[in-house]
Design a protein around this ligand. Structure first.
Ligand SMILES: [Zn+2]
Length: 91
């Protein structure tokens, strides 16, 4: 599966902006940060999510890769680390 990270659709921007009260400029800034983070994660040769990036309760905590600097949530960290464990079992 490939995740497309092009430009946000204008209709989506309008909908999220009116639902959240965030300005389009703030949303563009957040979107740029998301794209930069995805580029870091994609280019990494092997993550190590041992660094707590943002501590906000387990479900909202984020971890940073010590190698690429990319940031993920609990869900992504969990599945990445489980995939590593399963890959060892297949070897
Ligand atoms: Zn990494």
């Amino acid at each position: 599966m490939t995740m497309s990270l092009g430009k946000l659709d204008g209709g989506v921007v309008e909908a999220i902006s009116s639902a959240t009260g965030l300005s389009k400029e703030v949303m563009d800034d957040v979107w740029e940060q998301v794209k930069k983070n995805q580029a870091l994660l994609k280019a990494c040769g092997g993550h190590d999510f041992s660094i707590v990036h943002e501590q906000r309760g387990l479900l909202r905590t984020k971890w940073r890769c010590s190698k690429c600097g990319g940031v993920v949530d609990l869900h992504s960290k969990h599945w990445y680390e489980l995939g590593l464990a399963h890959a060892v079992n297949r070897a």
